[in-house]
Design a protein around this ligand. Structure first.
Ligand code: UDP
Length: 447
């Protein structure tokens, strides 16, 4: 294909510079996108911060470009605004130098080469840099598409002093579903001003599907007037080897093999959420009292003041281990695809949401922040395959039973399987995501 494209385009070569953010849920889709584009004949330069680097051995054909980030001590928990500001300021100089070198080499060798920047929305410096250097840029959005309208809806609501329970211009979302609710409003407005692209990109790539977010996508297309490619879910349209920062505990798969179909509740709150020991203890009691087999991911450091599961009394750990597994990090996609898993209790990160949707697994929703409330709203109110829950032991116990064992749970599973089927159609030949991937390639070649 590379040769064909090069021939068709007068021997021109395309160098795609992908700029990834250091968050697990953002880097994974960027690596998947890179793999797809590389399979289509594009050269991939994968730029990333030194914090949370990807494993180059999984992508031998990429050129990796580490960007010194000087982030020691500035974790995301120091505050998202400070973290993103430092990340963007510190990563810019090295990338700028590299891109200027690429442009100069091109001029010197008079090579017919196009450079296109594809950047994670959190690495907004790359959009400004591309604009300064006259390079085309495309944004990869790794959260739900509905996140984008909040860039203009939140400032507008704030300006008008409106805080409606239901937002008429943003159906089906409520004020409380909006991203970053809970942070001081000025911080939210500053954050939006910082990440909202100053220079309009040539296009957006969204890790979503037309069938999941149709009305929002119409709204976004109308607002931005640039192509929006909906090529998700990337873990299906362009699967890659594991991209986990933490080591996956694969011992849960043979354990799952021994469980009855649809009997296991899988519990994971993703790569970033942290909780108090009190909440973690409620979770433990809820899981234990439900009497259902479980896999519970407790990420090291995710419970305040604990390295891992010290918040649990030892006798409770031994008792829980009779019926389930507590692991530090799971091979989540394989777990969700396993026939023994009947429900996913999740923080509703977008990747986790898509991964569950793709396997037809109903969800228990415990959103924390960012886009998670929107995803939970989709799951419970629109797609009707998720249950919003209160994290309190009796509520948890009953919610697990409702999902795994009740008529209501059966209905949720039926809905989940219907959506799984729609996704399957979208990702196969002639489906909307497949078509969008082809369109994306043509679009890049036209830049
Ligand atoms: N994940 C995993 N093992 C775990 C927990 C999570 O592989 O034990 C993966 C999960 O499959 C998903 C990603 O980590 O791809 C989490 O991304 P998501 O957008 O759901 O949430 P975030 O971590 O960004 O809050």
């Amino acid at each position: 294909l590379r040769e064909r494209d090069m021939a068709e385009h007068g021997g021109r070569r395309w160098q795609l510079v992908l700029i990834s953010s250091p968050l697990q849920g953002h880097m994974t889709p960027m690596l998947q996108l890179g793999s797809y584009l590389q399979s289509k004949g594009f050269s991939i330069i994968f730029a990333h911060s030194e914090l949370n680097p990807p494993d180059p051995s999984n992508h031998p054909d990429f050129i990796f470009l580490p960007l010194p980030d000087n982030l020691s001590g500035t974790g995301i928990f120091s505050g998202i605004n400070q973290f993103l500001k430092a990340l963007n300021e510190n990563c810019r100089p090295h990338l700028e130098k590299h891109l200027i070198q690429m442009i100069n080499t091109q001029k010197e060798t008079s090579e017919k080469e196009s450079i296109v920047i594809i950047y994670d929305s959190l690495m907004f410096f790359a959009g400004n840099l591309a604009g300064d250097l006259g390079l085309p840029s495309i944004i990869l959005r790794s959260s739900c598409a509905a996140f984008l309208p909040s860039y203009w809806i939140i400032p507008q609501l704030h300006q008008e002093g409106r805080f409606p329970e239901m937002i008429p211009e943003f159906h089906p979302f409520r004020y409380k579903d909006l991203p970053f609710i809970g942070l001081p409003i000025q911080e939210v407005l500053d954050l939006i001003a910082m990440i909202n692209p100053k220079i309009p990109p040539s296009a957006f790539i969204c890790n979503t599907l037309e069938c999941l977010e149709q009305s929002t996508l119409t709204q976004i297309r109308h607002h931005y007037q640039v192509p929006i490619f909906t090529i998700g879910p990337l873990h299906k349209t362009s699967p890659t080897p594991s991209t986990s920062f933490l080591e996956e505990d694969t011992s849960c798969i043979p354990w799952l093999d021994k469980q009855s179909p649809k009997s296991v509740i899988y519990v994971s709150l993703g790569s970033l959420a942290t909780i108090d020991a009190k909440i973690a203890t409620e979770m433990a009691w809820g899981i234990a009292n439900s009497n259902q087999p479980f896999i519970w991911v407790v990420r090291p450091g995710s419970v305040h003041g604990c390295d891992w599961i010290e918040f649990l009394p030892e006798d409770m750990v031994s008792e829980m281990k009779v019926r389930g597994m507590i692991v530090k990090w799971a091979p989540q996609k394989d777990v969700l695809a396993h026939s023994a898993v009947g429900g996913f209790w999740s923080h509703c990160g977008w990747n986790s949401t898509l991964e569950s949707v793709c396997e037809g697994v109903p969800m228990l929703c415990q959103p924390f922040s960012i886009d998670q409330m929107m995803n939970a709203r989709y799951l419970s109110y629109v797609w009707k395959m998720g249950l919003e829950m209160v994290v309190e032991r009796e509520e948890i116990e009953s919610a697990i039973r409702r999902v795994l064992m009740s008529k209501e749970g059966e209905e949720m599973r039926r809905r989940a399987m219907e959506i799984e089927e729609q996704v399957r159609v979208a990702v196969t030949h002639g489906g909307s995501s497949r078509n969008s991937m082809n369109d994306l390639v043509e679009f890049i070649l036209s830049l």
